[in-house]
Design a protein around this ligand. Structure first.
Ligand SMILES: [Mn+2]
Length: 656
């Protein structure tokens, strides 16, 4: 008799049964893909023969014609002119990983064209987002007559005008929202333009830069293949900006991974070596957890130009030196985050969460800036005058003011927190509490704040409703930012809390969408391999989660590093399982318990043997899910031939 039953940590959401058309099943089969994997793919929108064929075709086939970019012809002509006139050209890239990798691509492409390209990365603390006046002034001093922006500039009306007054042309390449009042740039290359006919609107700044590089090298020297070798950089920016890895972004990711695995450029090789990661098995998770945070860290602690130099490095000696700088920037950023987060948690009255040592760091959330998203461009010098020394010394991290109620409908705090990490802190607090979080950095008379949502309160709407209190604001439903006079913070907090309280209360348990639900007997190496073909996995195309039903705990033990190791028995054999960062699990299940698990299927090579492992995300008593019986019954009917496999929630991985 079971005294205690293990409680799942999430509400599992099983997929609805899906019937694949005979054509789609035939297409999948001819691609060597079974019905189960094809069903997962179809649920992700790859549900007709053409898109499935493209999905598995060589990635180059999914790249669009770069001449369809808005202002493509003007751009090509202006760069040709710069080359013919031997002009100096500044490539102005934003300071995050997307901007830096985009900048590196355009500097490399222009250099290949014989253009004198000067990289410029603005200071996050002093210059903020957008083309900066400091860059315009430097162009004047250094005889630069053309500025090409990357990942920024679509709202830089004043700066572009100021550049024009000084005889400097500006070409903008960007992927951010384009306001009605556009800057008067020579070209505005942005697939987000209302009149853009470019087929892919989800490119990031580095994706646009990649497409621009393809355009220039193809039109001016007929060497588009050279541009394809820049895909590693475009892939890093794409992952870092949390763009969906679908469509052209998926093609970029595939090309980029291939490049980084087989022939990483010196900077990437050095960065991976410093981090102790081998390039051979690199995937998008490596990019998101190892590469992008290190590039972003450089910007957050004021060393972004070093990150750009690293990406541009031509020798491994130069790269190794710069990788050391970046690694220490990353450590500094990590310490800073840790201290700031601990301080913020305490101020908010939150209990520290169960530490999960050994667990990989969470990926960095998207950084949405005020200026990026501001619907109307704010006057360029709004933030002048309060360039308070945002210290990176740990002693300076201090929360001045917070709602010290852990049950409040929203989490709000501000203090001496570096601007570079407030978005990260807000993201963590929102994740942890399931409530919207607003974290502000004290800039003197003004507080600059980052907000992260809870999936219910629309932050863009909420900030609009507070706009009379704010200096400026912008962003989306899930992530936003603003600036506010310090004196108005309390009024803002009161109104924001009321708005948050009006939205639905948080659900008791978070939901866990499951891609497949199947009896344990159907877990196989074939299934593992087929699901693996749906990668690379990332945002928009996550690694499939499988509900494996009908297992018996054969062995369970707490492992080092706060993990739990399991041996799970099915009919004739056992499956290995590991629950990372879930130490309590060892106390919640006992040998002999009948359980269902949600896991991703992985394999490890061990002494030359491949072993399958279930990376367990959740566990429940077997059969507790309301649809578990239905899944098992359907599988039984199927094996007795009553129901065709296409009707099933899950079907055997037979390709034929
Ligand atoms: Mn970007």
């Amino acid at each position: 008799m079971l005294a205690l039953m293990v409680e799942p940590r999430h509400d599992w959401v099983f997929p609805e049964p899906l019937r694949l058309s005979p054509e789609l099943r035939a297409a999948a089969s001819s691609l060597g893909l079974g019905t189960v994997a094809a069903t997962v793919l179809a649920r992700r929108g790859v549900d007709d023969v053409a898109s499935m064929t493209t999905f598995f075709a060589p990635p180059r086939a999914a790249l669009h014609d770069p001449r369809r970019l808005p202002d493509a012809t003007i751009l090509v002509d202006r760069i040709a002119l710069a080359r013919d006139r031997a002009e100096r050209v500044m490539v102005f890239g934003d300071f995050d990983a997307d901007g830096l990798t985009g900048l590196a691509q355009l500097v490399l492409a222009l250099t290949m064209l014989g253009v004198d390209a000067v990289p410029y990365v603005p200071s996050r603390l002093d210059e903020g987002h957008g083309l900066s006046m400091a860059a315009v002034e430097r162009s004047v001093r250094e005889g630069i007559s053309l500025i090409v922006t990357v990942d920024t500039g679509s709202t830089s009306v004043g700066e572009v005008a100021a550049a024009a007054e000084r005889g400097i042309d500006v070409v903008i390449t960007d992927h951010h929202h384009v306001p009605d009042d556009r800057p008067a740039a020579v070209a505005l290359v942005n697939p987000q333009r209302a009149d853009s006919t470019y087929p892919e609107r989800r490119l990031t700044g580095s994706g646009v830069a990649f497409t621009v590089a393809r355009l220039l090298l193809r039109e001016l020297v007929d060497a588009e293949a050279e541009a394809l070798a820049l895909a590693d950089l475009a892939a890093i920016g794409t992952v870092s900006d949390v763009a969906p890895i679908l469509g052209e972004n998926r093609a970029i990711a595939r090309l980029g991974i291939e490049r980084m695995r087989t022939a990483p450029r010196p900077g990437i090789a050095a960065l991976l070596a410093r981090a102790g990661v081998a390039s051979e098995g690199l995937d998008l998770e490596t990019v998101g957890f190892v590469i992008a945070p290190r590039l972003n860290a450089a910007g957050r602690v004021g060393e972004a130009l070093d990150a750009a130099r690293l990406l541009l490095a031509q020798t491994s000696e130069e790269a190794a030196e710069l990788a050391v700088t970046l690694e220490s920037a990353n450590l500094m950023r990590r310490d800073l985050m840790r201290a700031a987060l601990a301080e913020t948690r305490q101020a908010l009255g939150l209990t520290p969460p169960g530490e999960a040592p050994g667990q990989l760091e969470l990926p960095e959330p998207v950084e949405e800036s005020v200026v990026h998203a501001a619907p109307a461009a704010a006057p360029p010098d709004v933030s002048k005058g309060h360039e308070a020394p945002v210290s990176t010394g740990l002693a300076e991290v201090r929360v001045v003011h917070a709602q010290a109620d852990p049950h409040a409908p929203a989490m709000l705090a501000w203090g001496d927190l570096p601007v570079g990490i407030i978005g990260l802190i807000a993201g963590r607090v929102a994740d942890e509490t399931g409530r919207p979080a607003v974290i502000g950095s004290d800039l003197g008379d003004v507080i600059r704040a980052s907000c992260r949502g809870d999936g219910r309160l629309d932050l863009a709407v909420a900030l609009d409703a507070c706009s009379d209190l704010l200096i400026r604001h912008g962003g989306h439903g899930g992530a936003a930012g603003f600036e506010i006079p310090r004196a108005r913070w309390d009024a803002f907090a009161e109104r924001f809390l009321r708005l948050a309280a009006e939205t639905a209360p948080p659900a008791e348990r978070a939901t866990l969408p499951v891609d497949l639900a199947l009896p344990a007997s159907m877990v196989s190496y074939d299934l593992l391999r087929e699901l693996g073909r749906l990668g690379p996995f990332g945002t928009g195309n996550p690694e499939p989660l499988v509900a494996v039903l009908g297992l018996t705990v054969h062995r369970v033990r707490a492992a080092n590093g706060g993990h739990t190791q399991l041996v799970l028995r099915r009919e004739r054999d056992v499956l290995d399982g590991i629950a990372f960062g879930w130490a309590d699990l060892a106390d919640q299940v006992s040998e002999g318990d009948r359980v269902d698990v949600v896991a991703r299927l992985t394999s490890r090579a061990f002494g030359g043997l491949e072993t399958m492992q279930l990376e367990v995300r959740d566990v429940s008593a077997s059969g507790a899910h309301p649809r578990a019986a239905e899944v098992l019954a359907r599988a039984r009917e199927r094996s007795s031939g009553i129901v065709g496999p296409e009707l099933a929630v899950a079907a055997p991985g037979a390709g034929a």
